[in-house]
Design a protein around this ligand. Structure first.
Ligand code: BJW
Ligand code: ZN
Length: 246
């Protein structure tokens, strides 16, 4: 049986499904992934210069400008067929939980409800010092690499920071507990478009396998599989998911 047919058979038997996504699910919307050697967001920048609290404090204009460039870019793109297929899957299984590492809102814009964001949201800047949410209009046009001074908090004069989870920061506890519970009780986890390089999120597929669920990986790069309950579909999410979830 071809892998796609085997995956479709697993899905047909599943009733509690978790879709776990990474940057690859948004790639076909025109949002760059992180670790692609040529086009990835970090092909030009060292992550330590951008995605840590220390980096932000050392050069707030560089880091804020980079995130505001990404937020402006996000406003110009749309969900792709992978996001749409995942949203439609909710009507076909008894329980569906989307758990994403992405800071974009493309799952929600495709119609998915109750999306768990493990790494926060680029749409929700907050004060670096007092954590108060700050409503900051999206810049209309920005260039990659453009520096921009972060606005100041009206309460405490702290700097605005993106509402994302940087390296060395904890994943929000409520989101993590909800994701862990969903993964611990699912019978199928679809892992879509992630390199599995960043913890604790990268441990979720293993947790699903350990409690007896099946795991299907969707990625254009080969994913090594180790357990009998694991299956890898090699291809782009926007092409494979509409066929798998049709
Ligand atoms: C397609 C495709 C198409 C392409 N279709 N697919 C255990 C061991 C070692 C280290 C640690 C550990 N536990 C914790 C750590 C430290 C650290 C960590 O994991 N480091 C690793 C680098 C080893 N983790 C943390 O610091 C985390 N916090 C934490 O653990 O708190 C406790 C603690 C507190 C204090 C001290 C220490 C620990 C927080 C991690 C936060 C990650 N944040 C980022 C940035 C968010 C903001 C932003 O957007 O800028 O989140 S990093 C970045 O990586 C981003 C992503 O969500 C995350 C995952 O990346 P993802 O989504 O997998 O993207 P890529 O680019 O890697 O992969 C894309 C994939 O798509 C590829 O496979 C392509 O092939 C594929 N693809 N086109 C389908 N069309
Ligand atoms: Zn403040």
């Amino acid at each position: 049986m071809a892998d796609l047919d085997r995956a479709a058979a697993c899905l047909a038997q599943a009733s509690r499904v978790v879709v776990f996504t990474g940057a690859g699910v948004s790639a076909e919307s025109g949002i760059a992934t992180f670790r692609d050697a040529q086009t990835g967001l970090w092909a030009r920048f060292d992550p330590q210069r951008l995605a840590t609290p220390e980096a932000f404090l050392a050069d707030p204009e560089l880091v804020w400008g980079w995130y505001e460039w990404r937020r402006a870019r996000l406003a110009q793109v749309s969900p792709n067929p992978a996001h749409q297929a995942i949203a439609e899957l909710a009507g076909q299984v008894a329980q569906l939980q989307v758990v994403t590492q992405n800071v974009d809102d493309l799952h929600e814009r495709a119609g998915s409800r109750s999306v768990i964001h493990l790494h926060g949201s680029i749409q929700q800047p907050r004060c670096f010092d007092c954590a108060r949410p700050m409503a900051i209009p999206v810049a209309e046009v920005m260039e990659n690499g453009q520096r921009l001074a972060p606005p100041r908090c009206p309460l405490c004069n702290g700097l605005a920071r993106p509402g994302v989870v940087w390296f060395g920061e904890s994943v929000p506890q409520q989101a993590w507990e909800a994701a862990w519970k969903a993964v611990s009780t699912c019978d199928l986890l679809l892992s879509v478009g992630t390199s599995g390089a960043v913890y604790p999120a990268a441990g979720l597929p293993r947790r699903a396998l350990e409690q007896g669920a099946r795991v299907i990986h969707v990625n254009p790069e080969p994913v090594s599989i180790h357990a009998p309950g694991e299956l890898a579909l090699t291809g782009k999410a926007g092409q494979l998911l509409p066929r798998l979830l049709a």
